[in-house]
Design a protein around this ligand. Structure first.
Ligand SMILES: C[S@@+](CC[C@H](N)C(=O)[O-])C[C@H]1O[C@@H](n2cnc3c(N)ncnc32)[C@H](O)[C@@H]1O
Length: 405
């Protein structure tokens, strides 16, 4: 099966990226990709950025995570080596070209399978990104175990796996296409038949009814990836936890946390009270069942026995960091911060005091310095910051780090 998978990505590297427009299209930072999120969630805010650090992007594809991580490390002058590993030479050439356009010198490219990490002798990694890859393996637990074995002590991973409910309708169409145009036929023939089939789907068909599942309409690479893949499965939140456990890992956070919190949706009645009493994992499973539209699960993992916990907003030395600084209104006004995650709107209305604090956050000033800068009375500052932090952190917008020394 992995030969068919390799052939697919040789023919149609995914996602489609053009190195010629690399600089004008800007840096795409997903929920798993910002150094702020990684430091907060994987390293408890205590990442020592002066120390050499090794990062692996396993199944790096056309280079999104490679470029995001290598560029941020270069900008922050972190002495990092970012290793790209993928089966597909064609994908690697695109990722290499993108890194070259950016002048990134902290990258290293390897062609091979993540299942062979032990034999490839690449050493251990402080952080591993593996997005959209494990669900394409014949044996995802073997892939997870290979990644876990390559993790340095105290390190962590960012993983994305397909979400079962949100992909409703995909698998019956894959099944039809696998029988009409088996995977060993030439890709152009398979694509032509798939396009004809999709154009005729009746209104009752679950893929047609699933209005969140539209990426296959983007381009041939997306269509092939979504509907013609030779090896593809999807996970519930419970199954994500089980897969992590098989490799001696635990889920440190499902991202962004607000999507996985039933109390974001059900409020003030017996349902909310009962949902609040569930275990964190069952709450997240409830949220997946409630929303129904999560097409993927993005999450951070650490070793099961790693006690790391995110920094808390009551530490004076904690430095708030934006994942991406949001646009904020002038002083005196309350900001509305909104974002879309997986096609779902997340938003928060800040008070004018919280907006004042938000405007002063620059990724360097700690909470004590921000309190002085905003001249808010200490109890007001604490309450306003804590309330704002809880909401923005749950949206994946704001994180904390604890500087060394
Ligand atoms: C859907 S793409 C995702 C690419 C990238 N991670 C991203 O999120 O944009 C899957 C990638 O995983 C690679 N891949 C699949 N199986 C692999 C394996 N066993 N070892 C390394 N790479 C693999 C494919 O070649 C392809 O480039």
């Amino acid at each position: 099966m992995s030969d068919l998978v390799r052939q697919q990505y040789e023919h149609l590297p995914y996602p489609h990226r053009d190195p010629a427009i690399e600089l004008e299209s800007g840096l795409e930072l997903g929920v798993l990709d910002t150094l702020a999120a990684i430091d907060h969630t994987v390293f408890g805010g205590r990442w020592d950025r002066r120390k050499p650090c090794r990062i692996l992007v396993a199944g790096g594809g056309t280079g999104d995570a490679l470029v995001a991580l290598a560029q941020q490390c270069a900008d922050a002058k972190i002495p990092a080596e970012v290793v790209y590993l993928d089966l597909s030479e064609a994908s690697r050439r695109i990722a290499e070209a993108r890194a070259a356009v950016r002048g990134l010198r902290n990258v290293h490219f390897v062609t091979g399978s993540l299942l062979d990490l032990g034999r490839l002798d690449l050493g251990r990694f402080d952080f591993i990104n593996c997005s959209g890859v494990l669900h394409h393996l014949d044996d995802p637990p073997a892939g997870m175990a290979a990644l876990a074995a390559a993790l340095a002590e105290g390190g962590g991973m960012a993983v994305m796996l397909y979400g079962a409910l949100g992909r409703t309708g995909v698998y019956p169409v894959q099944d039809m296409l696998r029988h009409l145009v088996p995977p060993d036929l030439p890709p152009h023939e398979r694509l032509a038949v798939a396009k004809r089939l999709i154009a005729q789907l009746p209104p009752s068909n679950w893929l047609r009814r699933n209005t969140g599942m539209v990426d296959y309409k983007l381009d041939d690479a997306s269509l092939y990836d979504e509907l013609l893949h030779s090896c593809d499965r999807a996970y519930s939140v419970r199954e994500v936890h089980q897969l992590a456990e098989t490799a001696g890992l635990r889920v440190a956070a499902l991202m962004p946390p607000a999507l996985y919190d039933p109390l974001s949706y059900v409020k003030g009645d017996v349902v909310a009270a009962r949902a609040a009493a569930l275990s964190p994992m069952e709450r997240a499973q409830f949220a997946e069942n409630w929303i129904g539209a999560l097409k993927k699960h993005s999450f951070f993992l650490v070793a099961a026995d790693n006690p790391v916990a995110p920094p808390s907003p009551d530490q004076d030395r904690a430095v708030p960091c934006w994942s991406v600084p949001p646009p904020l209104p002038p002083a005196g006004q309350g900001a509305v911060i909104q974002m879309m995650q997986q096609g779902l709107p997340l938003g928060v209305q800040l008070t004018p005091e919280a907006t004042l604090i938000a405007r002063a956050i620059d990724g360097r000033a700690d909470l004590a310095a921000l309190r002085r800068a905003t001249k808010l009375p200490p109890p007001v500052f604490r309450d306003q910051f804590t309330a704002m932090f809880r909401q923005l952190n749950a949206m994946g917008a704001l994180y904390l780090r604890l500087p060394r020394g």
